[in-house]
Ligand binder design. Structure first.
Ligand SMILES: Cc1cc2nc3c(=O)[nH]c(=O)nc-3n(C[C@H](O)[C@H](O)[C@H](O)COP(=O)(O)OP(=O)(O)OC[C@H]3O[C@@H](n4cnc5c(N)ncnc54)[C@H](O)[C@@H]3O)c2cc1C
Length: 440
């Protein structure tokens, strides 16, 4: 009997289940947490809805946007679309020239960027042009720091432009980051259509933005979504599978899309010795992301919804009042590992308050006294996106068992889009194999 189990209700699992439901394939999604969304989830604290971490999307996130459309969501209702604009406070501003086609809109933006010398702007343009000429492909992957050095990128340009983009996209410091994956992001964002480089900022919390519409779509198409149900073990049962869940139930299914993080694979697949889960998790290491939420009086407003910070630990500050009406709430993001990890939440919040005062001197007095703070750190926010990383294939090597997740082989770093593409890819492969009468 055809019945697909999707295990894990993050972006990858939701994407997979939605694509299967779209094709009218019987599907049940199992999520161990009380609500779906995975790392892109909302957190309920002290009567507030916060996100597990502030997320941004890009115009190039084609699969994510297509899924929202599938779920009947009008993009402009849930996402604030801004032509790429990087304001690093203090010191640097890049705005794309929106009247020009890609990639001229970026090259022109670089030529006019404020806070950089002519020499630095020229070096940035030359780097982009050379990478484009090489079709954004390297013959051998290396760290981004190595590539930027070989390409003669001055220190200030790296600090104000390339490093913030690398941290935002790959969540891996330039000294460790894969130059090839970084170039893939540049390719998709900057070289095709100019809207690909737009920033898409959530106007709703992550649960309402992504998980809820997809769950509603899946259930409307006769799929099932079971939250608060962990799958503890997969066993083979002839050509099919049996799942043992956290309630002690045994569930039969014909196919599985396993969309859990790599460090959960070993436990679930322990009864499938031919699946080498340990080898997969051994290749992965992780990087954290910390979000410091600071609540001020509702009247506090920054100039822009998103501003880069350059003088301390904080990297970006988001004014949630301009996004989802949480007036006076600022979210400061710190990507990748750093000295902030040695501070208590109190110390970190105080340090960020000081940094904000320096970045916005005209608001320093108001910024000095938040009403409350909340620090959320996700230790394994993303896999460390290092050169030549061996990422597992979507085909697990076991008929009928597919892998999905942001870490699965693909040319994106750990992002919502990487996860959505991976889930959709597994679902499409499964659908195609059913049409061709194969099991995988
Ligand atoms: C703080 C933070 C900020 C980020 N910022 C951005 C950003 O700005 N832009 C961007 O694009 N990306 C961002 N990301 C990355 C993005 O959130 C992830 O890449 C994406 O959500 C990963 O989705 P996934 O489905 O691959 O994995 P996950 O979200 O980890 O989903 C796996 C799911 O499996 C479930 N699960 C585990 N074990 C079991 C089991 N036994 N049974 C059933 N279910 C199980 C888990 O509970 C989880 O829900 C950020 C991540 C974090 C943490």
């Amino acid at each position: 009997m055809l019945h697909v189990a999707v295990i894990g209700g993050g972006c990858a699992g939701l994407a997979a289940a939605a694509r299967l439901a779209e094709a009218n394939i019987p599907v049940t999604l199992f999520e161990v947490a009380p609500q779906p969304g995975g790392r892109a989830r909302s957190v309920y604290w002290n009567g507030q809805t916060l996100d597990n971490g502030q997320h941004i999307l890009l115009g190039a996130y084609s699969e994510t946007l297509s899924l929202l459309e599938l779920a009947g969501i009008t993009q402009s209702d849930v996402l604030l679309r801004l032509p790429l604009q990087l304001t690093m406070q203090p010191g640097f501003q890049l705005r794309t020239c929106h009247r020009l086609p890609a990639p001229l809109h970026v090259l022109c933006g670089l030529a006019l960027a404020s806070g950089l010398s002519w020499h630095e702007r020229w070096r940035a343009i030359r780097f982009m042009s050379r990478m484009r000429l090489a079709s954004f492909r390297l013959t051998r992957d290396q760290t981004l720091a190595e590539l930027l050095e070989v390409q003669g990128q001055p220190e200030k340009l790296v600090r104000l432009l390339w490093e913030p983009i690398c941290l935002a996209a790959l969540n891996t410091p330039v000294a460790m980051a894969s130059a090839q994956i970084f170039l893939n992001v540049l390719r998709d964002s900057f070289s095709q259509t100019k809207t690909d480089s737009d920033l898409l900022l959530p106007k709703q919390d992550l649960f309402r933005l992504l998980a809820l519409p997809l769950v509603e779509f899946i259930t409307k198409r006769q799929g099932r979504v079971e939250t608060g149900v962990g799958i503890e073990r997969i066993t083979r049962s002839g050509e099919a599978f049996e799942l043992e869940d956290s309630k002690g139930r045994m569930i039969a299914c014909s196919h599985i899309i396993l969309a859990v993080p790599p460090f959960r694979l070993a436990q679930i697949t322990g009864a499938l010795p031919e699946f080498k889960a340990a080898a997969i998790s051994a290749t992965m290491s992780y990087q954290p992301i910390c979000t410091v939420y600071l609540q001020y009086e509702a009247g506090l407003r920054l100039d822009q919804p998103m501003t880069g910070l350059t003088q301390g630990m904080g990297q970006w500050v988001f004014d949630r009042g301009q996004l989802d009406q949480q007036h006076g709430l600022l979210a400061v993001v710190i990507s990748a590992e750093g000295r902030y990890q040695n501070l208590s939440h109190e110390q970190l919040a105080n340090a960020i308050v000081t940094e904000l005062g320096l970045a916005f001197p005209s608001l320093a007095k108001k910024l000095a006294s938040p009403l409350w703070h909340k620090v959320i750190t996700e230790k394994r926010a993303t896999f460390a996106c290092t050169p030549g990383l061996h990422r597992p294939q979507m085909l697990s090597g076991i008929d009928g068992l597919y892998l999905a997740g942001d870490y699965v082989d693909g040319d994106y770093p750990a992002t919502i889009e990487g996860a959505a593409r991976s889930g959709a890819h597994a679902a499409r492969h499964l659908i195609q194999s059913l049409q061709q009468g194969k099991t995988s």
